[in-house]
Every structure is written in C-alpha cells, then in structure tokens.
Design a protein around this ligand. Structure first.
Ligand code: ASP
Length: 382
C-alpha cells in the first residue's frame, strides 16, 4: 500500500513530499499521477490566480531536471529527473507570487542529459514569442544541471530580447531533505522580475549566484555549490530575492547576436572529442565519417593533442571540416598559435569557451559556410 505523507495541503504546496512511500519508485509515480501532475509537454497552463496589476508577469517554462525530480525517500541518492509538473513547481513556492504574476508552460519533462535539438528549437521559439509580448516582463526556465550551461549559452545566442531570461535548476530532487530547488526557483523569479536584470544576456541563477550564460560551468557532480564562473566571474548575487548586479556578461549576446533561428529546422552535427595520452586519429576520423561538419577537441592543457591527432585533425580541416581546439582543463583560455600553429594547420582556438560551449557556437556558426578567419572572429566576439 502507498503510504504518502502529503495531505491535500501538501499537494497544494506542490513539490510532492514522497518521503514515506516505501522503496518502490513506481509507488512515487502513482502518487504523482494521483496528485494530478500536469507534466505533459507543450501544454500551456492557466495563471495560478488573478493577476495583480502592480506586479510584473513572469512566464515559467519547465523542461525537467532534478528540480522536477523525485525519489522514493528523502535521504537517498537514487532518483528520477523530470517527474513533477510545472503546476506543482509553481505551487511549491507560493512566496514567488509576491514577486510576480506567474504563468507556467511545460516544454518538456526530461533529465537534461537527454536535452536535444527538438527541445532547444522549441524552447528558443517560445522564449522569443513570449519576450515579444508586452505583458510579459521576464521568463524563467527550469532545467537540469547537467546541460544547463549549454542550453543557456544556446539561448544567449539566439533569443532576441533585452528582457530577463533566467534559467534555474537544482542539485537535489524535489523530494529530498534540504531540496535546493524551491529557493533557487524563488530567486530566479526575483531576478526575472527585476528591471535591472534586463540587457545582461541570458542568466543562470543557482545557489544565490547570478551567472552569465557564457561563463558558468558545472564543477561538481554532486555538490549543491556546483556552478562557478571561473574565468570571468559572476554577474551578481541574489539572496532571498534581493539581487545585486555587478556587471554585464562577457561576449555578444541576445540583441547584438548575429545568429537567428528563423527558418532553421536542424542544426549541423558537431562532435566533441577528448584528448588523452597516446591518442590516435581514429575517433576524429569516425566523427567525420558519422557526418560531423565540425569537431571540437577537448585538448590537454592549452588545447594540445598528440601529433597523431593533430595530423588527423589537420587532414579534415584541409577538407573543410571546422576544427576547434578547446581544453579539457576546467579553467583558462585556449590561445591561438601557442604550441600549435593554428594558422598553418587550419584550426580555430576556442579562447574562453569550454568544449561544450564551443560546440554550441560552432553549430550556430556552421548554419552558413565560413572561413577559419570568420570562425575565429566569432570565438573572439561571443
Ligand atoms: N541529471 C539531472 C539533469 O540534468 C541532474 C540535475 O538536474 O541536477 O536533469
């Protein structure tokens, strides 16, 4: 028998307290279904309450992740992402309604390890549509932490608005003891509702810190304080809804971005290959054989790789494949023509972008054909 600890009030509060549901996750799913979890993608949700005209309106686009995750107990590592619907996310943090009128839409409900182009294109389109609406002041996107830096950077390059677009996430599922999702969500709404957040590009709010989409990266597999902006620092901080902004983002974004998804149905394939001791060219050749139009090497050190890998990469660069050197090292810039002669080899240096963000930029860049010099310019500007 399912022993659920949530009374009707708990359900209204949202994030399902599944602490005593026993060992079976299936039981949790039954409980979630019972509490009318409206997690179907693409389904627009009604406003939670009649709008307060004194408050800005913030639309919440839910995509899944641990912030919407559930476990069979409040003290276990095993859980499933994307189990709680947007209505429950909103209902779980009633305090956020003091900051803004909230409307929720379920774009997807997946672990962000499954993030994909279909969701990205849908999300970008919806953000652009919402941002164009005069009654919408800001947008919050709930997301998994695994790939939030890629989605944020992608949106940073393709949404056309000065309005705040704020992604948030959680490291602990909604059912966990000390879940971090509710306060992260509250803070994200506060930033999205704040006029001072406008014009700073797409932002990510997690654990009281406001990151730029280009600068943040996940640095710990499990720690709540996983996100850092190690190279260029924070955009600001937010403490129980009180924001402090220090600066704008590094790199062109949103309104200044030359990238547009108008008419785009698919993005070109770009693969990331990690460099290592004794590497040969087999994986590089395999990527090209699989249809990659670009390759990002997560190189050792300052974007280095074995001579065998250099040879393979240079061969493909000569044949027109875009070849970018990034680094598997967490912090630091990959410079042009340092130990490798990029000019001679036909390579592009990723500069401040880590491999996963270099891949995002390269995919957008390759929507049209570009010379290496043009690609290098983009890596310098974005
Ligand atoms: N795997 C989860 C996700 O990215 C992790 C998280 O959200 O923290 O969806």
């Amino acid at each position: 028998m399912v022993i659920a600890r949530h009374s009707l009030d708990d359900r209204k509060r949202g994030f399902v307290m599944a602490a005593r549901v026993g060992s079976s996750l299936i039981r949790v799913l039954v409980v979630l279904a019972f509490t009318s979890c409206t997690a179907e993608p693409g389904r627009a949700q009604a406003p939670q309450q009649s709008a307060n005209k004194a408050l800005p309106t913030v639309v919440v686009l839910a995509t899944g992740g641990t912030i919407a995750g559930a476990a069979a107990s409040d003290v276990q590592a095993k859980y499933t992402s994307g189990q709680v619907g947007v209505e429950q996310l909103l209902a779980a943090v009633p305090q956020a309604k003091q900051l803004a009128n909230l409307r929720g839409e379920q774009v997807s409900n997946i672990g962000s390890q499954d993030m994909n182009d279909e969701v990205w294109l849908k999300l970008a389109q919806r953000v652009n549509e919402l941002a164009a609406m005069s009654d919408v002041s800001g947008i919050v996107i709930t997301h998994g932490t695994d790939t939030i830096e890629e989605t944020a950077y992608f949106l940073n390059l393709v949404v056309k608005t000065r309005k705040p677009v704020v992604l948030t996430a959680a490291m602990r599922p909604s059912t966990a003891l000390s879940a971090d999702g509710p306060l992260n969500f509250f803070n994200a709404v506060a930033v999205a509702a704040n006029k001072d957040a406008a014009g700073r590009g797409v932002l990510v709010v997690v654990n009281d810190w406001i990151h730029g989409a280009g600068s943040l990266t996940k640095t710990s597999t499990t720690a709540v304080q996983t996100f850092l902006s190690p190279q260029s620092g924070l955009i600001g901080t937010v403490t129980y809804g009180q924001s402090e902004f220090y600066r704008g983002p590094v790199g062109k974004n949103t309104m200044q971005s030359e990238f547009s998804l108008t008419g785009v149905k698919a993005l070109p394939r770009v693969d990331i290959i990690v460099a290592y001791e004794n590497m040969d060219g087999a994986l590089i050749d395999a990527a090209v054989a699989a249809g990659a139009k670009g390759i990002v090497i997560a190189g050792v050190g300052n974007g280095n790789m074995t001579q065998a890998a250099v040879n393979a990469l240079a061969k493909h660069a000569k044949a027109g494949i875009a070849c970018v050197r990034a680094s598997r090292v967490a912090v630091g810039r990959v410079g042009r023509n340092v130990e490798l002669e990029d000019d001679k080899l036909g390579f592009v240096a990723s500069l401040d972008l880590n491999p996963q963000k270099a891949r995002v930029l390269l995919r957008l860049a390759l929507l049209k054909s570009r010379t290496n010099a043009e690609l290098q310019r983009l890596f310098g500007e974005y």
